[in-house]
Design a protein around this ligand. Structure first.
Ligand SMILES: Cc1ncc(COP(=O)(O)O)c(C=O)c1O
Length: 501
């Protein structure tokens, strides 16, 4: 007889219940054929006595084994290990095979433009971001309280099942009223698809608007993630210059006369990356061109809430009477990037189609989070949060610009941005971002994706440096790291010069 008494080791101080410890050890013994197929297992009474456990523990263990298909219980006869077991023999894993798992043994398409850079998460480094909110200011407790209150409501249970791909009806209604009131839009909830953030909106718009040889026009230079998204659909991304009034619509008009344009992508509030605002005159011009040449305007209003010098400028979408604008936004910048809630707004037929396409990538959004944010907006909590952060970010912008002007004006030049979360910082000649980013590493300063707008590609020699995510102490630390970096570069340059002399 199998030595049951000595073959099991049951520990009462583990989190795993005794019956599961017992069944897991039984499974190992059955898999290894130490208890062979068709063996009759001891009765629950005798095994419980042998092991010194309650009989109910053994009964629960046998039930578990039966549920998992390892044993059969035959009435009046007893419990037997199954005659044939579907045991998968795991292949032995050899060290030299490990490299194989890095490469697929099949073909798949790759887009070389996709960002492969790993994010530096080492907290002892100073990281330059390109304009994100300070997540420490997130009203997490208020959001959690709203979420909990929602979970306590009986009717919330309905939201746990599959729901609308369009997103929560309540959030769509609340958003329609909120955006109509605050941004002068004139949409109903039927014009709104809730997305997982602005990026999903850009993706859906791109998928619906662009076929292989279609032309999309963007600013020179443009938000790189949008460029990459469009490049998935078409090779014909045409660029028109951007100056201090935003994208040059006269140049766009010339282009429209020569070519058939399918869409124009704009970050009208604060052009990404240069942060300038599209002037009122050009807004009207752009809308008129869209009407005349029948193209779509994809308006990415990613940081509408953050204006420091004036009230926010109303979006192009608020003047769209012809159904030319697809308006995209999110709360990811306003509250925190982790809350993946955004919206794509536009003509009803377009939004319906976008919802159909979205369904096959992402059946629906997070209904509970959507309801939470519907309450959060309705209660005025979102507005209170915006007011608070706006004040903080304005102080940080001013402090950042002061410090950079005072301490780093020999190396950098920039205009004070009227809004947003980043400054477009130009590097003075003869410095290069490549060199700066390499030397900066010595001082634990990570410049991130400085290549995005590199001079060799775009002619700019500038990067975005975010100020909103850093408090004054952190801004001072950033300035200090840059100072040390430039001192070292200058020292190297002067010693090379004296050597040449
Ligand atoms: C111009 C622009 N559009 C869209 C996004 C994506 O935002 P979201 O987090 O809402 O997807 C970003 C993010 O940085 C952005 O800068």
């Amino acid at each position: 007889m199998f030595p049951y008494k000595t073959s099991f080791q049951l520990l009462r101080n583990l989190n795993t219940p005794l019956y599961l410890q017992l069944s897991n050890q039984f499974i190992e013994l059955i898999k290894s054929h130490k208890i062979p197929p068709e063996t009759k297992l001891p009765s629950s009474r005798s095994l419980s006595e042998l092991l010194g456990v309650h009989r109910k523990t053994v009964v629960a263990c046998y039930d578990e084994l039966m549920l998992q298909g390892w044993v059969d219980s035959i009435p009046k006869k007893g419990t037997y290990v199954k005659a044939s077991l579907p045991i998968l023999t795991q292949q032995e894993f050899l060290e030299e095979d490990s490299v194989l798992s890095n490469e697929a043994n099949f073909k798949f398409s790759k887009n070389e433009n996709f960002n492969k850079k790993r994010v530096n998460t080492d907290e002892s480094w100073v990281l330059v971001d390109d304009g994100i909110s300070d997540v420490r200011l997130t009203p997490l407790k208020d959001i959690a309280r709203t979420y909990r209150r929602l979970c306590d409501r009986k009717r919330t249970i309905k939201s746990l099942s599959y729901g609308e791909t369009f997103g929560s009806g309540k959030l769509r209604k609340v958003l329609a009223s909120y955006l109509n009131k605050t941004r002068g839009l004139q949409y109903t909830e039927e014009n709104i698809l809730i997305t997982r953030g602005s990026q999903m909106g850009i993706f859906l718009a791109s998928k619906l608007l662009l076929e292989k040889d279609d032309i999309i026009v963007v600013g020179e230079t443009n938000y790189i993630a949008a460029d990459v998204t469009f490049s998935e659909r078409t090779d014909r991304i045409l660029r028109v210059p951007v100056d201090e009034d935003g994208i040059k619509t006269d140049d766009l008009e010339q282009l429209c006369k020569r070519k058939q344009i399918k869409a124009v992508y704009v970050t009208s509030h604060h052009h990404h990356p240069t942060t300038v605002t599209l002037s009122a005159e050009r807004r009207i011009h752009l809308l008129n061109l869209a009407k005349e040449y029948r193209f779509a305007i994809v308006e990415d209003d990613y940081d509408y809430d953050f204006n420091y010098n004036h009230a926010p400028i109303l979006p192009l979408a608020s003047h769209d009477t012809q159904g030319n604008v697809v308006y995209i936004g999110s709360i990811c910048k306003t509250v925190a990037p982790v809350f993946r809630i955004g919206y794509l707004i536009g003509p009803k037929d377009f939004v319906e189609e976008a919802s159909r396409v979205r369904r096959y990538v992402d059946r629906q959004g997070d209904a509970l989070l959507e309801l939470t944010f519907a309450d959060f907006i309705e209660s005025g909590d979102l507005d209170r949060h915006i007011k608070k952060t706006l004040k903080t970010y304005q102080q940080r912008r001013d402090f950042f610009c002061e410090q950079f002007q005072q301490e780093l004006c020999d190396y950098f030049e920039f205009d004070i941005p009227k809004g947003g979360m980043a400054v477009w910082v130009k590097l003075k000649s003869p410095y290069t971002w490549k060199e700066v980013s390499e030397v900066a590493k010595k001082y634990k300063l990570e410049l991130g994706e400085w290549q995005r707008y590199d001079v060799s590609r775009t002619g700019h020699n500038a990067i975005r440096i975010g100020f909103a995510s850093k408090n004054e102490e952190e801004i001072e630390e950033l300035v200090m790291c840059f100072k040390k970096t430039f001192q070292e570069i200058s020292l190297k340059t002067s010693s090379v010069k004296s050597f040449v002399r």
